[in-house]
Design a protein around this ligand. Structure first.
Ligand code: BG6
Length: 492
């Protein structure tokens, strides 16, 4: 298939919805940083398209502010050269004729055949129509260079709409042209999960039901819903965070080793493990809403939307049978903290003569995704100068200590480069997206149809969510572990 695709010697990145937040906060700072590091090909230009009547000069000024505010320090010389690659064209995504006109403008700018990376940085309702319109203007055809399309999340609102969107996108683009982005997969620490598991012999032998007691994935946010009430009240935490980011992290922790890092090899394993998850029971899900949420802009006064959820699920395969995976995420938590904690089983205490009700603290491996990136291992050690007293100690790996001269790149830097290179291994495939929705959908419909089976709790802003979430773990004798806090990972 790929032999039919022509590789031109110039590339145009076309951002649709280019006047929005994503372009100035994430996409342009990431592309600029790649250019600064010498990673953006010389013959690359960036064209923004949106409805507003902006000039290219105004567009560049606007983006410069974005880089200054959200990117690293700006180097005047590099910026001047980078800015010369930026052009703005006016076009309305709802007017199909505007795409044909945009194509003419692009061809005039390009002067000769060029590859194109289309980036849909638009509201989700434009994803389908934009693909139709690109195809209608033959902008999907790969005879003069490759054509790829990056689609932001949310990819669908439920299983049916995700399937419909996949079908609609597939009517215009083949799967190898489609890059469904999940920025969590571009985070350095998320990428490191595969290295930790498969580039070491130490962990893999114990990475299974015989040694692991439970796995906890937490993505806590200190921020509240802010000005995003309009979107968030329709989405809620499960659609916003679980269907994509948390299930992607889970698949990295739980999947079997792929035969290579090739995109389909990795995505086959991820799809397999997600497909092995047992349907989630409503009684294994806790939902919460922080007090004051209903007063946020564009949020319904009687909103039932969850801003916090915690759930327990099981992967029914040889490796994981019976091991609970606990996932939680919420807004208005005490701090920003994303971590994966693998809790091992406690050893039998036969020879140490621990007193009644005493036991060893289980070993724990904590993969800290943010804000303090690192990996920490907690193990038991003898307290010096005692007969047989044991205490937990830690072995730490912190990125900033191990790699003092390397700043961790923003996830979009890597993901944009991968899309330009044609490497889709860190992007979701259509089947992965649909399997994830198939898991999440029954939870969402269950909340609507039998609300009492999993009532909406409230929680105070700045707390770790409703008490019911602790009870969910307590039922199996587990407790939430807290890693990667402001003081570094404490693994308490
Ligand atoms: C986005 C969600 O996908 O991820 C946001 O829509 C959330 O609601 C964000 O705040 C969190 O990303 P990060 O990288 O800040 O952890």
């Amino acid at each position: 298939m790929s032999s039919e695709i022509v590789q031109a010697d110039a590339t145009t990145i076309v951002i649709f919805g280019a006047t929005g937040d994503l372009t100035c906060r994430k996409l342009i700072p990431a592309l600029y940083s790649n250019r600064l590091k010498g990673r953006l090909w010389d013959r690359t230009r960036i064209v923004g398209m949106a409805r507003r009547d902006w000039s290219s000069e105004y567009f560049r000024e606007h983006l410069r502010k974005g880089v200054e505010e959200f990117g690293g320090p700006l180097d005047e010389k590099v910026w001047a050269e980078f800015a010369s690659r930026l052009t703005y064209i006016r076009g309305d995504l709802e007017v199909p004729g505007d795409f044909a006109r945009a194509d003419e403008q692009l061809r005039a700018l390009e002067g000769k055949p060029a590859n194109r990376l289309y980036y849909l940085a638009t509201a989700p309702e434009h994803y389908g129509p934009a693909c139709d319109a690109l195809a209608a203007a033959d902008m999907n055809v790969e005879t003069e260079g490759w054509r790829r399309i990056v689609i932001e999340k949310p990819f669908g609102h439920d299983l049916a709409s995700a399937e419909a969107l996949n079908q609609r996108v597939h009517a215009s683009f083949r799967e190898h042209q489609i890059y469904r982005i999940d920025h969590y997969l571009g985070k350095e620490t998320a990428q490191n999960i595969m290295f930790l598991r498969f580039a070491n012999t130490l962990f893999e032998p114990v990475w299974n039901r015989r040694y692991i007691s439970n796995v906890q994935i937490t993505v806590a946010e200190e921020v509240d819903v802010g000005g995003r009430g309009g979107y968030y009240d329709q989405a809620g935490v499960v659609r916003d965070m679980f269907q994509n980011h948390l299930l992607q992290l889970l698949s990295l922790v739980a999947m079997e080793p792929p035969a290579s890092l090739e995109a389909n090899a990795v995505r086959n394993e991820k799809a397999k493990v997600l497909g092995n998850i047992r349907p989630i029971r409503l009684e294994d899900v806790v939902r919460g809403q922080y007090e004051g949420y209903r007063g946020a802009e564009r949020v319904a006064a009687d909103s039932q939307t969850a801003t916090y959820a915690a759930l327990k699920l099981f992967v029914d395969n040889w490796r994981w049978k019976g091991v609970p995976f606990y996932l939680r995420s919420g807004k208005s938590m005490p701090e920003r903290m994303s971590s994966i904690i693998v809790e091992f089983q406690a050893p039998p205490d036969v020879m140490f003569g621990l007193g009644q009700n005493q036991s060893f603290t289980p070993n724990m491996l904590s993969i800290c995704i943010q804000p303090e990136e690192g990996i920490h291992l907690r193990f038991e050690t003898k307290v010096p100068d005692t007969i047989a007293e044991s205490r937990s100690a830690r072995m730490d790996f912190n990125y900033h200590e191990a790699f003092p001269n390397v700043a961790l790149p923003d996830a979009y830097e890597r993901l944009l480069l991968d899309a330009l290179k044609g490497d889709a291994s860190l992007f979701a495939r259509s089947d992965g997206i649909e399997i994830a929705w198939a898991l999440i959908d029954p939870v969402l419909t269950g909340w609507e149809q039998t609300p009492d089976a999993s009532p909406l709790h409230t929680y105070k802003p700045g707390t770790w969510g409703p008490a019911a979430s602790d009870e969910l773990l307590a039922r199996a004798g587990h407790v939430w572990r807290y890693g990667c806090g402001e003081e570094g990972c404490c693994l308490t």
